[in-house]
Design a protein around this ligand. Structure first.
Ligand SMILES: [Cu+2]
Length: 147
């Protein structure tokens, strides 16, 4: 039952023509619908969103790790999904070794190597996933500090 509902709701919303006068009344309906869809999506666990990472968001590290691994809620496609690390200051240069890849043993995990001599500073991790289950895309970022 829940599955059928979420499948029906996750279809692209049909946008029908609404004239200006109708729109203010329709606003409440759209809001209610949006809330209903969000609730249904939450139950269905929709995308390959970030579950955990070997460097925790907001972490302050004293020793630079050589790899960063991140775990996602769903299996991700090797093509198109990535993990990248940038300097949060200065010119925002990419610091990882540009070898972001989905783990052989776990299709829900992406790893990337970090340089041996990573300078102290603040870094920004960016992740982007395409779900291997349904093709849905998700992305986000978090910061950490090396001091
Ligand atoms: Cu999805």
């Amino acid at each position: 039952m829940t599955r059928q509902i979420s499948r029906a709701i996750s279809a692209p919303p049909v946008v029908w023509p609404v004239n200006r006068r109708m729109r203010c009344h329709a606003g409440g309906v759209f809001l209610a619908l949006t809330l209903a869809i969000s609730a249904a999506m939450g139950q269905a666990s929709a995308h390959a969103s970030l579950v955990s990472a070997s460097i925790k968001p907001g972490a302050v590290l004293t020793k630079a790790p050589l790899t960063l691994a991140a775990l996602f809620a769903e299996a991700v496609t090797p093509k198109g999904s990535f993990l990248r690390v940038f300097e949060a200051t200065g010119d925002g240069a990419e610091v990882d070794l540009e070898n972001s890849a989905v783990s052989f043993k776990n299709a829900k995990q992406i790893t990337v190597s970090l340089p041996k001599k990573m300078p102290k500073g603040r870094y920004l991790v960016m992740w982007y996933t395409i779900s291997a289950d349904d093709g849905h895309r998700a992305g986000g970022s978090f910061a950490f500090t090396l001091k």
